[in-house]
Design a protein around this ligand. Structure first.
Ligand code: PLP
Length: 413
């Protein structure tokens, strides 16, 4: 009798998603108690003040005005050339480093992470990120027969823990020659933290010391999924200039995504942008990642690529679009500000939020805290190290009073 036909490497794979679990509980409570009584802080997407999924108006207008052929035709595997230019323009704004670049279209930011792990670490290697991290990083590593390892994101003063970062980078590179480091900044999921320009200098200094050994190859993957909700465009991108003239064995990769920045979550469109001082590294980058796209999903969503190109090429449209998106940034800011000032007033310890969709509260038993919050019809996501609250999804009126309820739940468990 056989009850499994899966190959040995596939046996036992089961993606438990805490986020979808928590969100299911919120939906059930809404059906039972009504929308007005329930606080659903589980959703990682912008909900307007009527709790409807927000779409940036210019995005909707351009999408609805597109020809059917733009939507249904195949696209080149590496992406439409004008789209690739647009991703570079929009990802860097005026902060292009002095380096060679290339962009390869991917199925969202997730596609970038997938290709980076596959093409820039060896099978069996450890990939490094911070201890507060977006869960799918680990799934992506395991699926590719790699393993995720972590450093501590914060020191005792809730600043970036450069010591822990340095120790881990040095430890891993003493055992393996390739190292992929994933840094989700600015507006990190789940904490809302952003590295400062000075933190970035220190991060790159650690990498440069290791890169003196020509056998070591370091790939710094910057997950910029939330960069468009992190403040002024050029200010939040200034750190990218530090990727100028790096040693050839340090490769920078930006994970560009249209999911949040363009409210196109389900359209699965992104791009990986390689940054290197070495022309050949960039040539190889374009070739090997295009190959992996061919072998993974072939080409991606042509309509979404054309939409980005349309916005990028029409400066009036771009200005209008950025104004609308800034409105959503301000909305999220206002919600986060209410939570933060109330947390301070009642003495709730939250992690240092700078910007973005989420706030996190450290908790030893986050499951128990979230379950207790259900008594107040508040639904948040229990992570390994704490509770994640999606300020992107909760109107200001419902944020009021929430910090104290979280504190009470923490004290109860
Ligand atoms: N990185 C982080 C930290 C995210 O939270 C997300 C989406 O939730 C992504 C990357 C990838 O998004 P997508 O694949 O939809 O572009």
């Amino acid at each position: 009798m056989t009850n499994s036909v899966a190959a040995s490497h596939a046996k036992g794979k089961f993606a438990t998603d805490k986020i979808f679990g928590a969100s299911g509980a919120a939906v059930k409570a809404t059906a039972e108690h009504g929308k007005d009584k329930v606080v659903n802080a589980t959703i990682g997407a912008i909900m307007d003040d009527n709790e409807k999924l927000a779409c940036i108006p210019t995005v909707e207008k351009v999408l609805r005005g597109m020809s059917i052929n733009d939507m249904i035709a195949y696209a080149p595997i590496s992406g439409l050339p004008a789209y690739l230019d647009a991703t570079i323009n929009l990802a860097f704004a005026d902060q292009r480093p002095d380096a060679y670049f290339n962009s390869v279209a991917t199925a969202g930011g997730t596609g970038v992470i997938h290709h980076t792990i596959w093409n820039y670490s060896e099978i069996g290697d450890k990939v490094l990120t911070s201890d507060w991290y977006w869960g799918p990083y680990s799934v992506l590593c395991k699926e590719a027969l790699r393993e995720l390892d972590t450093y501590q994101l914060f020191d005792e003063h809730q600043n970036f823990n450069i010591k822990s970062f340095e120790t881990k980078v040095n430890e891993l590179l003493s055992k393996q020659n390739s190292l992929v480091i994933i840094i989700n900044t600015p507006a990190h999921n789940p904490t809302g933290f952003s590295l400062t320009d000075d933190d970035w200098k220190k991060v790159l200094d650690v990498c440069k010391v290791q890169a003196k050994n020509p056998e070591k190859k370091i790939t710094v993957l910057i997950d910029i999924a939330y960069i468009d909700y992190a403040g002024e465009k050029n200010e939040s991108r200034k750190f990218l200039k530090q990727f100028s003239n790096l040693p050839a064995n340090i490769l920078g990769i930006l994970a560009f995504s249209m999911s949040k920045g363009y409210t196109m979550y389900g359209q699965r469109t992104g791009a990986m942008i390689g940054i290197s001082s070495d022309k050949n590294v960039i040539k190889e980058f374009a070739e090997i990642n295009q190959y992996t796209s061919r072998a993974t999903w072939s080409n991606i969503n042509r309509g979404a690529m054309t939409l980005l190109t349309t916005i990028d090429q029409d400066k009036t449209l771009l200005v209008q679009f950025e104004k609308e998106r800034d409105g959503y940034y301000q909305l999220i800011r206002e919600r986060a500000d209410i939570f933060m000032s109330e947390a301070k007033a009642c003495g709730l310890n939250m992690l240092p939020y700078r910007a973005g969709f989420f706030i996190s509260i450290p908790a030893a038993d986050s499951d128990a805290v979230c379950t207790k919050l259900h008594d107040d019809l508040i639904f948040a996501v229990p992570l390994k190290m704490g509770v994640r609250i999606a300020v992107c999804a909760v109107p200001s009126a419902k944020i009021k009073g929430m910090a104290e309820k979280v504190l009470n739940a923490m004290n109860f468990v």
